[in-house]
Design a protein around this ligand. Structure first.
Ligand code: FMN
Length: 190
């Protein structure tokens, strides 16, 4: 555990990191950063046997939960769905006595193959990104976490190395700023 007073837990789920450009760059930008715990689910659980108690204690030790993943069929890669199914237990994350996540912040950090304009009524995905993320918002709300604006990078395949690097660097800065200031970074400035 680190010394920071506002601790960030990044749950990263990418099933084939060796082929990744975006998530790998984001991962490389935040790894070994004080105050940020990077937890790579596919590396931690290659057999998909998730240690529920360990995951729950990690959650208790952090203030800001980030799901970092490539958009797969409008949703999360399978291990992140499994993580939600087994870790967000009744009595822990919701339901009677389930207040472990109360007051924490939550943010999805997503890369999509589709370009920004594809996520619109006129585009081939029809639905907006905000609409497609309603399930994420619902999970955060049900667990009494505050849903923060998602970090999304669209058009993964068209991004240059420079723009990917910039995206990764801004991601790092946001998380680092959170470790310093906490949720205040999301409040509008005067
Ligand atoms: C199984 C699978 C499903 C995907 N589904 C979507 C999708 O629903 N929408 C989309 O925009 N991109 C989709 N993609 C593209 C990925 O989101 C894209 O490859 C990824 O964000 C790139 O990030 P990376 O460089 O870290 O791998 C899919 C890719 C795979 C392999």
């Amino acid at each position: 555990m680190n010394e920071s007073s506002h601790r960030v837990l990044v749950l990263m789920a990418h099933p084939s990191l060796y082929r990744s450009k975006i998530n790998k760059a984001m991962r490389d930008a935040i790894k070994d950063t004080p105050g940020i715990t990077l937890h790579e689910l596919y590396q931690a659980y290659p057999d998909f046997y998730i240690n529920v108690r360990h995951e729950q204690s990690l959650l208790l030790e952090h203030d800001f939960l980030v799901f970092q993943y490539p958009f797969y069929w409008y949703s999360v890669p399978p291990i992140l769905k499994l993580w939600q199914d087994v870790v967000l237990e009744n009595g822990f994350a919701y339901g009677e006595g389930g207040d472990a996540l109360q007051g924490k912040d939550f943010m999805p950090a997503i890369s999509t193959g589709g370009k920004a304009e594809a996520f619109s009524r006129e585009g081939n995905n029809y639905f907006t990104m905000n609409e497609l993320l309603y399930p994420m918002q619902a999970v955060a709300r049900r667990c009494n976490m505050t849903y923060r604006p998602p970090r999304v990078i669209h058009g993964s395949f068209e991004q240059t190395d420079v723009t990917i690097q910039m995206h990764a660097e801004r991601y790092r800065e946001l998380l680092l700023e959170y470790t310093r200031q906490g949720a205040g970074i999301f409040e509008p400035k005067d």
